[in-house]
Design a protein around this ligand. Structure first.
Ligand code: 5AD
Ligand code: SF4
Length: 382
């Protein structure tokens, strides 16, 4: 009997006690996928007995969930770790998550002094193990595959709002646009079964959530392995059928983000026209107004095809808000190409646009092209 008590104490309870006083501070950069991963990680940490804090100075463990889309975001990590190390008297355990972690893996230990663990985008479910191992052994890294039994449900996550939930429905990217690092940091596309999405939306609704964001690097490239959950819903693609199926749950508001132009079809607009609870907003990154540059970027569509989709969106009865992403100064972009982008922006009348200076990312095809647009030209404000 005594033996059993000792055995029990050194296992489960010892783990609980070890975690009890540990405070974790988590900082998130980048896209909604990172925000969503951080929400899951905070949920996992709370479940495993850690205290999640918003006070960085009192934290025993600091985790940085990183972005590598542009060079600037990556450099931020280097200076941030340095600041943590010099500011805090007692050095917290420092963990790096997200895209930089996935891409750099073990090499981060050599590149940045003071990093204790590295946890890739596919390994977020193993955050508690990472902390434990880093404390025990001084160093831990995991950029392995997401375990099949990984809990995709969002019900237990610590959401940024009680009323709004991010629901990842597709992970990764298969598109390999020539400038982009995401296919390397997030891996291949993998879609969640529609029946599981519907189950989660219904559960969120029961729990008082009013607005659900279906998210994915290319949300409308959604391709589940089976028909499960989509039976009886009409549509020209699995995604437009999913939109109708999610609308039928009756949840108040549904947004979806980000759409890939080549996979955007008129039927998605038809679904918005049919269902009030599908919000009247489409984010459709164009990147450039020049078909020549789009070809160099390997976006898989011409500007004429993009504009035809915009025309359909504008013909909607719902007054759909339209937003986009644009990259200026892609290798080989001429003044004429840039003026084509300006004309395209005028034509589309976007409600908002995220505009980026092209940033060469090692490992991408564009990195091998000559980055021939000067910094001053990329930066020019007119
Ligand atoms: N340089 C500049 N902007 C980039 N984006 C992706 N990769 C790069 C890069 N190498 C932008 C694109 C994308 C958004 C999320 O980030 O516009 O749509
Ligand atoms: Fe990057 Fe292109 Fe994939 Fe978007 S579609 S994540 S820009 S490779």
């Amino acid at each position: 009997m005594q033996m059993a008590k000792v055995a029990c104490f050194s296992g489960f309870w010892a783990d609980i006690l070890r975690h009890e006083m540990k405070k974790v501070f988590l900082e998130t950069w980048g896209c909604q996928m990172n925000v969503s991963d951080s929400e899951r990680v905070t949920g996992t940490l709370a479940r495993d007995g850690y205290q999640v804090t918003t006070d960085e100075n009192s934290a025993d463990i600091i985790i940085l969930n990183t972005c590598s889309v542009r060079e600037k975001a990556e450099h931020k990590l280097y200076s941030r770790v340095g600041r943590i190390r010099h500011k805090n008297e007692i050095k917290p355990v420092i963990g790096v998550m997200g895209c930089v972690a996935q891409l750099e893996g073990e090499t981060l230990f050599d590149k940045i002094e003071g990093v204790d663990f590295v946890l890739g985008t596919r390994a977020v479910g193993r955050v508690s193990t990472a902390i434990d191992e880093a404390i025990k052994n001084g160093r831990y890294f995991d950029v392995g595959e997401r375990e099949d039994e990984y809990d995709w449900t969002v019900a237990d996550t610590h959401r940024h709002s009680p009323y709004v939930a991010f629901l990842p429905i597709i992970e990764g990217c298969n598109k390999f646009c020539t400038y982009c690092i995401v296919p390397f940091s997030r891996g291949r596309e993998r879609s969640l079964e529609a029946s599981e999405i519907i189950r989660q939306v219904l559960e969120l609704r029961r729990n008082g959530v009013k607005e659900v964001h279906l998210i994915g690097q290319n949300v409308n490239s959604y391709r589940p392995e089976t028909e499960s959950g989509l039976e009886g819903f009409a549509g020209k693609s699995a995604f437009s059928r999913l939109l109708r199926a999610v609308a039928a749950t009756g949840i108040n508001r549904i947004k979806f983000n980000t759409s890939f132009p080549r996979d955007f079809n008129d039927d998605m607009v038809d679904a918005i026209d049919e269902h009030e609870n599908l919000c009247n907003w489409v984010h459709l990154p164009v990147q450039s107004g020049s078909s020549r540059v789009l070809k160099l970027m390997k976006r898989g569509h011409t500007i004429e095809k993009y504009l035809a989709k915009i025309d359909r969106i504008k013909a909607s009865s719902r007054d759909i808000a339209l937003t986009t992403d644009i990259i200026v100064g892609f290798p080989g972009e001429t003044e004429k190409d840039f003026q084509d982008t300006v004309s395209m922006v005028k034509y589309c009348g976007f409600d908002m646009a995220y505009m980026f200076k092209y940033s060469p990312r090692p490992g991408t095809p564009a990195f091998e092209m000559v980055d021939d647009v000067s910094e001053a030209e990329k930066h020019y404000v007119f």
